[in-house]
Design a protein around this ligand. Structure first.
Ligand code: SIN
Length: 289
């Protein structure tokens, strides 16, 4: 694990080569100086997902930290934390079987300007299980062959919220066969479809990123769903090979802040009979190119 402590007292410990960093030496409740914030911001852009440990944040302090990054997105589908409409609740009770986010995806790719990132704070976690996996989509792009890179550069893909959050998902398989009702809702709001380039550039670093995901990408633009499937499946297998991923183990007070442009995440559902309660704030992003 690489680590470096600097003049702001911040220590950045990488969890994988160039991907995922634990940031130590900060108290987010007290707030960050401008210099410390700039350093954290650079780590976020460079490493895709950053983590903090042992943070004691009230909902208002969580919101104050989020507001330093940009405008807050009010989630259309998740239940909100009582009294805090801008904080989404990600919860699974001991008697529930389905979790939220239990498959590879990146948030909001169905929006024209997809959310920049999400700040997930662990309030209550099981003693074991409930980890989250992250995948590095910049590395996934870079490790493709030059030939496939060239093909992908010319493609766009269509992303949608309908099959995940819309009426069809409620009446067909997803929600009616699970117990997500009450935690995920508002299917009438699932009207978003967006088309994005398959290879985007990170808005801050300019690094190239593979921008399709198993949760919300439905097909390549101008291709049928059936035609798109084999190549998408290949890309998904490629992106999720262990060398492109890391696994984060939560404790109460841990925070993960991921970049939705350059990473995917996957909440493991291996803790039935135990409670897991997280608070999520999502930050608005910019159109991608
Ligand atoms: C999510 O997809 O936002 C949930 C991630 C998690 O609970 O670990």
């Amino acid at each position: 694990m690489a680590a470096a402590r600097d003049g702001n007292g911040i220590e950045i410990r990488l969890l994988a080569e160039g991907f995922g960093a634990e940031i130590h030496g900060v108290d987010l409740a007290a707030g960050l100086s401008d210099a410390a914030f700039a350093q954290v911001r650079k780590a976020f852009a460079d490493y895709g997902v950053i983590f903090f440990r042992d943070q004691k944040l009230s909902p208002d302090q969580h919101l104050a930290f989020a507001e330093r990054w940009g405008e807050i997105n009010v989630n259309r589908f998740f239940r909100a934390v009582d009294g805090h409409p801008r904080i989404a609740e990600v919860c699974k009770e001991p008697d529930q079987r389905s979790n939220i986010g239990g498959a590879w995806h990146t948030d909001h790719s169905y929006d024209d300007a997809p959310a920049m990132g999400s700040i997930l704070l662990a309030r209550e976690v099981p003693d074991a299980g409930g980890d989250t996996l992250y995948a590095n989509l910049a590395l996934a792009y870079e490790s493709l062959s030059d030939g496939l890179k060239q093909t992908l550069e010319g493609l766009e893909a269509v992303h949608s919220s309908r099959h995940v959050f819309g009426e069809a998902s409620q009446t067909a398989s997803e929600h009616s066969s699970t117990d997500l009702a009450g935690r995920i809702g508002n299917p009438n709001a699932a009207t978003q479809d967006a088309t994005h380039r398959v290879v985007i550039r990170h808005p801050e670093t300019g690094r190239k990123i593979l921008y399709v995901n198993p949760g919300f990408t439905v097909r390549f633009a101008g291709w049928s769903t059936a035609e798109s499937k084999p190549l998408l499946r290949y890309l998904y297998e490629h992106a999720t090979q262990p060398e492109h991923t890391l696994r984060f183990q939560w404790k109460a007070g841990s925070i993960a802040f991921w970049d939705n442009r350059s990473t995917w995440h996957y909440a493991l559902n291996d803790y039935h009979g135990h409670r897991r309660l997280m608070h999520r704030i999502t930050i608005e992003g910019v159109p991608l190119s």
